[in-house]
Design a protein around this ligand. Sequence first.
Ligand SMILES: *Cc1c(COP(=O)(O)O)cnc(C)c1O
Length: 314
Amino acid sequence: MYVAKCKQGESFSEGKIIPYGDISISPCSGILKYGQGLFEGLKAHRTEDGRITLFRPDQNALRMQTGADRLCMIPPSVEQFVEAVKQTVPPPGEGALYIRPLLIGSGAVLGMASAPEYTFLIYVSPVGNYHKASSGLNLKVDHKYRRAHTGGAGGVKSCTNYSPVLKSLLEAKSLGFSDVLFLDAATGRNIEELCTCNIFIVKGNIVSTPPTLGTILPGITRKSISELARDFGYEVQERDVSVEELLEAEEVFCTGTAMVVKAVETVTFHDKKIKYMTGEGAMSTKLHLMLTNIQMGVVEDTKGWIVEMDGLLK
Ligand SMILES: *Cc1c(COP(=O)(O)O)cnc(C)c1O
């Protein structure tokens, strides 16, 4: 893993690669006391012709900066972030490598304050092919819990984002669902996102996804898929999407780094269960293929999304 530290008011020192292992931290640290921490997630791929590439790592770096500002932390620069990520990728192997950058308030805090020291750490783990592992998602609309509130921190990748949704997810899984779909906290009328991924609905030539105005995590996959959908000739609308529209959609799919694009097979709203188009003819299948082809170097990257590893490993 890669580790770098930074004192309050300074900037991150050059980090170093150390063996993966436990870290020692003050019981009084910002992360443990106040949840002052952010995480990121991205993938490295081995392309068909043997190159190793990263998918839009600058976007993860920028998102960490936005989150750091929101949680009063010091972030690494975009250059340091991307360089650090590159250092964590081992020699070519099979499958993708999942990269998890963390930024935590590691210094001890007594009163309600921002930590006096920050740790920027990256660890990695090989991952299998999420897409092939199962068929479409079966979602349950959550009527009990809310994921994010206007003015809150649901729009940044805060370490505190997942523990509050775990109960909802486990309850849904025990009922046989694959994930939950959260509604907006203000009205409970519009759809927002799942526990860890964004959502799109398709009707005719129009693809709609809720806007990222602070209660929805701005997914890099979401942004990339919106662009690819436009390239395919669809009209992409970022706007409030009501539950009614969701129930009347022809197709629904989710996006995130781990799954890339995944079709939603069913949505259960109270006792109503709606079935959507999945499989060969579905737009999600087309988009998944296009994005993974770009990531794997099968299709030329005309957008500057792919960051090459070769030549950077000293
Ligand atoms: C990370 C995350 C996503 C997906 O973001 P990507 O950049 O596409 O991986 C969506 N929703 C939440 C809540 C997340 O934490």
